[in-house]
Design a protein around this ligand. Structure first.
Ligand code: ADP
Ligand code: MG
Length: 367
């Protein structure tokens, strides 16, 4: 298939999808045309995924890479309190990858997630690379004018919340680095393991006298953690609720790790924070596996990256208005914003210590 056949097929695939996208012109022209609405602001983000740095080709089924390319951008748009609407994706592929099934599977995963959130793919680019895969994902969304939730607007006394659970993605990455791989069945499933019905991963918590149940359960936990890393669930619903209801005073998504992302939020807001260690929502599968696999649930929850949960602050007078769950995802109150700029502290039993940011950086300072 040549480049033009490929674009034509993408064009057909996107045309047949029904989105109330206000897309005047989509794939096929020099640029896309989108009609704008009064009283709304456009929110735009981009994410680059480089092979060997942001993902390992042999551990990442193309379908899941397509999902993840969009998911990371959906998480950024959610962290602004905005609704995702239009996307573009550029792919740079080596010759051998272009000629295999990679691009078909990649776009299958990508478009499936786009459909889930009513996002219209409206453009992109294709190029050839010498050796490695590069993906650039661009996403545009909308928010009522003035309702975008920034990192810089937390106030002392605000309560700090996170969605979901922490540490699962970093544990999944560690397992990949130890040689664990997603099973073929999980690579092609359409729902995240943890979000399927109660019978799907039946061995959780089941006592089996033969001992086989315990084995299955460990393999289940491993597969779930691999999916946490390879197939993250962006908190799109929470983002929209927190933005449109004006519940959050500030927000960031957890991509580098809680300790780093909380520091970014506090630095931008010129505040500090006090976290309660007991309140951190540890990923239950990390807890389940920690004894045997040398995974430290608390360290992974504090410093592990790519959970793509939302970290947000709420004025004390608004906390009672927070929904308990959005799309089945709960939140936890993990601490409070303080008036000590730059100081992030964590209370554990009767001790309080300084939390150093130890999350992921592409280019860290070397001593
Ligand atoms: P140009 O050379 O003018 O940039 P291209 O041939 O690169 O045009 O692209 C033609 C059309 O196909 C454009 O609408 C572009 O947005 C779309 N397109 C190209 N690559 C992709 C892709 N990876 N994903 C989605 N749309 C794409
Ligand atoms: Mg082009």
């Amino acid at each position: 298939m040549n480049e033009f056949d490929f674009i034509q097929r993408l064009r057909d695939q996107t045309r047949s999808r029904k989105h109330s996208s206000r897309l005047v012109t989509g794939i096929g022209d020099d640029a896309s045309v989108i009609s704008q609405r009064a009283g709304r602001a456009v929110v735009v983000t981009t994410d680059l995924l480089a092979e060997g740095i942001d993902f390992y080709r042999e551990a990442t089924p193309p379908r899941l890479l397509g999902h993840k390319a969009l998911a990371v951008s959906l998480s950024d748009i959610a962290a602004m309190g905005a609704r995702p609407l239009w996307s573009l994706v550029s792919i740079g592929l080596p010759e051998d990858v272009w000629s295999d099934t990679f691009k078909d599977e990649f776009f299958e995963g990508y478009l499936k997630l786009a459909d889930e959130y009513g996002v219209a793919l409206c453009g992109g680019d294709v190029s050839r690379t010498v050796e490695q895969i590069v993906i650039d994902s661009i996403l545009l969304g909308e928010v009522s004018s003035g309702a975008a939730v920034l990192r810089s607007t937390a106030q002392p006394g605000d309560q700090i919340y996170v969605t979901g659970a922490l540490g699962g993605s970093a544990a999944g990455l560690k397992l990949i680095e130890m040689g664990a791989r997603i099973s073929r069945q999980e690579a092609s499933v359409t729902e995240p393991l943890a979000d399927r019905g109660p019978h799907a991963s039946s061995s959780h918590g089941v006592v089996d006298a033969s001992g086989l149940g315990a084995e299955r359960s460990e393999e289940d936990a491993i597969q779930t953690l691999l999916l946490r890393h390879l197939r993250p669930s962006p908190r799109v619903g929470w983002g929209i609720v927190l933005g449109e209801e004006r519940l959050a005073s500030s927000m960031i998504d957890i991509s580098d790790g809680l300790s780093s992302d909380l520091k970014h939020l506090c630095d931008e807001s010129s505040t500090g924070a006090l976290i309660q260690s007991d309140s951190l929502p540890l990923d239950e599968d990390v807890v389940r596996l920690c004894g045997r696999r040398a995974l430290d649930p608390l360290a992974l929850a504090l410093h592990g990256g790519e959970d793509f949960e939302l970290l947000f602050t709420v004025h004390p007078e608004k906390t009672a208005r927070l929904p308990k769950r959005v799309d089945g995802v709960a939140i936890s109150c993990i601490g409070e914003i303080t008036n000590e700029p730059g100081k992030i502290r964590i209370a554990e039993k009767n001790r309080v210590w300084n939390l150093k940011p130890q999350g992921f950086e592409h280019f860290s300072r070397r001593v």
